[in-house]
Unconditional design. Structure first.
Lengths: 694, 292
């Protein structure tokens, strides 16, 4: 027996052999450190991960027969503990639980408070983490901890996890870790790694904590035959899996097939039940729900696992951005295998096969990928290869498109195509106070706020805040003016949360988080003419831009504002429109959809204000805000006036809950609209701007 | 637009101590959903402080023909009188909320819609000529506009509290229309369809029950009715083609408490599965298909 302390950690080199009965010594050592040991155990006809007390809780002699839509435990006898491969549980259940309270809100008259509902982290040990699962934990680490925003609950719990990995010496028919490069071998990312043989385990250490643990075990030397047997077993597993998914150029092949008719074919089989996303060890999307007492004075905001397959996921007050099952399936598959690279620098899939096994109708992602994206080496390759590479991703703070860095195209180098995250100024939360309110239209009110965090007051035109009252969901609201002592928010009562905010009066409080997102790049128009085209409440996020342009008016050429509204009553900022119209250095043109007796101006859609104008758009930078269809029409009309697409900036609406790129709701192609937008350069949206169901 | 109306807040803003008038009425149903209100116990007393319960036969001898501020309606429309009464009640309330599978989907009695109502009547009653009933049992929404629905057989007490709370606070009630599977997975229940081979309606059924049946090792029988985008046809095809179940067995799966809701209704019509009057009682075949 050797139990020499390990000076340096080499995760590839076995340090000893753990005889089978000694596994309990390992479990006891973990428990002695105050950790709850989570490992595989049998419940309700499956091997699930739950707390275990000893080796006796592990599924000795059990294997799982897995196929698309089918899982059956079989007792084959023998002593092997880890031949079950993977079951329905992902480790994220413990690091990223299905329900987590986030804030406690309290409302007393007009006064509100919010306190973070912090949970103490529990010291845990994960026993039996596979190669694919290690990769999945690493991916969630990137998504939730690598910034710019960090999920503090996840980070706290993740720091308390010790990992005992296990190499796979058998595979399920649904496994494809080999294609995704995550297994069956276990190479790094663990504290301790085991490879199971009949009489015990080959042990490797991967961290100082693992090394410390190893010193407390009675390890025998590793005999060469045992080592060879373990290596051969893992190699045989690799061979049995083969290479079922051709990942060569897969992101580009998928994104080139957004209009493939096969999406609709899958949707006839897909139940949109969300099981694939919930068993997936990397899926991270969540929604926030509110629970409150009967009067709404005390409320708890709780974050729960959600899925891009649910109806509410992409829904906003005006409709649903992904109404059909085929839209949702396409979002899931293209995110996992393509746009995840842009966002996080890796695939979102680790090849564990859970989404195949636990799909109640047995949809096999490997087959669907082939049907939609073909194979680089297959017959479809020629047709796929001519597809253009993805459009460049704008990164960092708003810059002139001419100087925008072009990340490498996905098609050639997926591993390095990840866009650096937009450097976001730190998001601050504060309790702001209403100074005054001003009705703008029958359903729209401007709140003048003070007690606003200086970071928010120092925000950029086009940035937004998440505004919240206890018991209501938070609403993303564009800042409609920066003032020396605060900000203004112009809010349309589109739903209950915004209705409650518009009902606030002088002295009432609300919570603001911000400033969020990327704003309008004012400097992109230095030396150029400016066209501002907007409709309805779309003028609100553009008002700070107009303020900024007027503050240094001499740096711009001709400045034109085109504003449409449903009726005269729906025009925002009536007095200011008059003031602006009176300026000699600002051209203001207004139109309404429906005129009343009080309206003597133009009637019709906003693009009619300039489709016959005489100005030359080749030196114009345009800023556009309105409903997506209006913005599409505007971009077309601007194009007719020779305004280049890379000089047109739009701001997009999507369902937003967190505002910092963690909840997943606002994804649009490769972007998180909350974090990478809401202001986008139209050229950067090529292929997705105006596309149905994205 | 239920979320825009807050009867309690409206009363407060009017400077009044008058509580909004809550009525609970029933049509063709078993009263189980109304009893959920009484089963709330602790919250029920708090609710009586915020609502004036003016009509609730299970709880009070006070009666009111209206008007109400909020009316909870249980049961389906099964007789000519009921069809008239629901129209009258709709005029008495700005907010009409249907509660339970009978009111929202027609209920189990809507299975008669696939047969001849006179045959059912003859099979059940000694003197069928005494009974006056409609040929179809139908949900309330087939007769009048409905402002909100609480699904389920019976309704979920948590959803009832959420609805009443949201009425008081003035927010949108959180009544998700996603599949039962989400709640099943969140609560860590092993999938009874994949691991147990059960026929389970969870993927096409609206959540709200907390995945009660799958968590206790049986398939969901769809008592909350179809969810948004319910791909009943896709599930039915899988159960027949891949799992080899007989069409009538699959039809019977959908022929439960919410059978008359589309798209479950189309599946029952296409695949069969509703027993004719006079066939052995007890719902034996339907039960078998769940427990298989």
């Amino acid at each position: 027996m050797v139990s020499a302390p390990v000076a340096t950690v080499d995760p590839t080199e076995p340090i000893g052999f753990l005889p089978r009965p000694e596994l309990d010594r390992l479990i006891e050592a973990l428990q002695a450190d105050g950790r709850r040991v989570i490992g595989p155990t049998i419940a309700d006809g499956a091997v699930v991960y739950d707390e275990i007390a000893s080796q006796a809780d592990l599924p000795a002699g059990w294997r799982a027969d897995q196929a698309p839509g089918r899982y059956r435990l079989e007792h084959r006898g023998g002593v092997r503990l880890f031949d079950y491969v993977v079951g329905p549980t992902a480790w994220k259940r413990f690091t990223f639980p299905p329900r987590v309270p986030i804030t406690v809100g309290h409302r007393d008259g007009g006064a509100v408070t919010f306190t973070a509902a912090e949970r103490p982290a529990t010291p845990l040990a994960f026993l039996g983490v596979r190669g694919c699962e290690l990769a999945a934990l690493g991916i969630q680490d990137t998504v939730l901890m690598a910034g710019p925003a960090v999920d503090s609950d996840y980070a706290a719990q993740r720091a308390e996890v010790l990992i005992v990995a296990v190499e796979c010496v058998t595979a399920a028919s649904t496994c494809f870790c080999t294609s995704m490069g995550t297994g069956p071998e276990v190479r790094s990312g663990f504290d301790l790694a085991l490879t199971e043989l009949d009489d015990g385990f080959i042990v490797r250490v991967g961290s100082p904590a693992g090394a410390d643990l190893a010193t407390r075990l009675s390890l025998a030397p590793v005999e060469p035959e045992r080592r060879a047997e373990a290596t051969a077993a893992v190699a045989a597993t690799r061979r049995s899996i083969g290479d079922p998914v051709d990942t060569d150029g897969l992101p580009a092949r998928l994104l080139a097939n957004l209009d493939n008719p096969h999406w609709a074919e899958v949707a006839e089989r897909c139940l949109a039940c969300a099981n694939c996303t919930l068993v997936c060890p990397t899926c991270f999307c969540t929604s926030v729900g509110q629970r409150s007492d009967l009067d709404g004075q005390e409320s708890v905001a709780e974050r729960a696992w959600d899925s891009c397959f649910t109806a509410g996921f992409a829904r906003v007050a005006g409709g649903n951005f992904r109404p059909r099952t085929q839209d949702r399936y396409r979002q899931w598959l293209t995110h996992k295998f393509a746009t995840w690279w842009d966002q996080f620098g890796s695939s979102g899939c680790v090849g564990c096969g859970r989404c195949i096994t636990w799909c109640p109708v047995g949809i096999d992602v490997r087959a669907e990928l082939y049907a939609i994206a073909g194979s680089r080496s297959g017959a479809r390759a020629a047709a796929i290869a001519i597809q253009p590479p993805p459009t460049p991703t704008p990164v960092g703070p708003p810059v002139d498109p001419a100087t925008m860095p072009h990340p490498p195209a996905l098609a050639t180098a997926p591993a390095v195509a990840a866009a650096p995250k937009a450097p976001t100024s730190p998001v601050r939360a504060c309790i702001a106070r209403v100074v005054s309110t001003r009705p703008e239209s029958p359903d729209t009110t401007t709140l003048v706020l003070t007690d606003v965090d200086p970071a928010i007051v120092a925000g950029l035109p086009g940035q937004f805040v998440m505004a919240a009252l206890p018991a209501f969901s938070a609403a993303p609201i564009s800042i409609s003016r920066y003032r020396p002592d605060g900000i203004e928010l112009t809010i349309r009562a589109a739903g209950p949360a915004t209705a409650a905010i518009t009902q606030l009066g002088r002295g009432d409080q609300l919570q603001l988080r911000g400033p969020m997102g990327r704003g309008w790049p004012v400097e992109a128009a230095y030396g150029h003419d400016v066209a501002i085209v907007t409709g309805g409440i779309g003028l609100a996020p553009l008002r700070p831009l107009i303020d900024a342009i007027l503050a240094e008016r001499e740096r711009f050429g001709d400045v034109r504002l085109y504003y449409g509204a449903r009726t005269w009553h729906d025009q925002l900022y009536g007095d200011e429109l008059d003031t602006w119209a009176g300026r000699p250095d600002l051209e203001v043109a207004l139109t309404v959809d429906r005129a009343g007796p009080e309206w003597f101006g133009r009637v019709g859609i906003v693009t009619h204000l300039f489709d016959r104008a005489t100005w030359d758009g080749s030196n114009t930078v345009a800023y556009v805000c309105g409903p997506e269809r209006m913005m599409q029409a505007t971009v077309e009309t601007l194009g007719d006036r020779w305004v280049a697409q890379d000089r047109i900036w739009v701001t997009l609406e999507r369902h937003m809950e967190c505002g910092v790129g963690l909840c997943g709701h606002c994804q649009m192609g490769r972007y998180f609209v909350c974090r990478d937008g809401p202001v986008f350069n139209v050229a950067a949206l090529e292929g997705i701007f105006g596309r149905e169901g994205i | 637009m239920i979320e825009r109306v807050s009867p309690v807040r409206r009363a407060r803003e009017a400077g009044s101590s008058i509580r909004p008038r809550l009525g609970v009425v029933k049509f063709a149903s078993c009263d189980g959903c109304q009893l959920t209100l009484l089963d709330l116990e602790d919250e029920f007393l708090a609710l009586t402080e915020r609502f004036e319960i003016v009509e609730f036969a299970e709880a009070t001898t006070n009666r009111s023909d209206g008007p109400y501020d909020v009316l909870l309606v249980e049961g389906s429309i099964s007789t000519p009188e009921q069809a008239e009464e629901i129209v009258r009640l709709r005029r008495q309330t700005p907010l009409l909320v249907t509660i339970g599978a009978c009111a929202t989907a027609g209920g189990i009695q809507a299975l008669r819609n696939w047969g001849d109502e006179t045959d059912f009547r003859a099979a059940v009653y000694a003197h069928p000529e005494y009974i006056e009933s409609l040929a179809f049992a139908t949900p309330i929404s087939d007769h009048v506009a409905v402002d909100a629905e609480l699904r389920g057989c019976p309704i979920d007490p948590g959803q009832l509290v959420e609805l009443l709370t949201s009425l008081i606070v003035g927010r949108r009630p959180q009544l998700p229309d996603e599949s039962v599977c989400l709640e099943c997975k969140r609560r860590n229940a092993v999938c009874v369809a994949v691991a147990g081979g059960f026929a389970c309606l969870g993927p096409v059924t609206r959540t709200g029950c907390g995945a009660l049946c799958p968590a206790y090792g049986r398939g969901c029988y769809g008592c909350f009715g179809p969810r948004e985008q319910a791909n009943a046809r896709g599930l039915a095809r899988h159960l027949q083609v891949v799992e080899g179940r007989a069409p009538a067995d699959v039809g019977r799966l959908f022929a439960g408490f919410t059978a008359y809701s589309e798209p479950f209704r189309s599946m029952v019509t296409e695949l069969g599965g509703v027993a004719a009057p006079g066939v052995a009682p007890g719902g034996g075949p339907a039960r078998e298909s769940h427990d298989a």
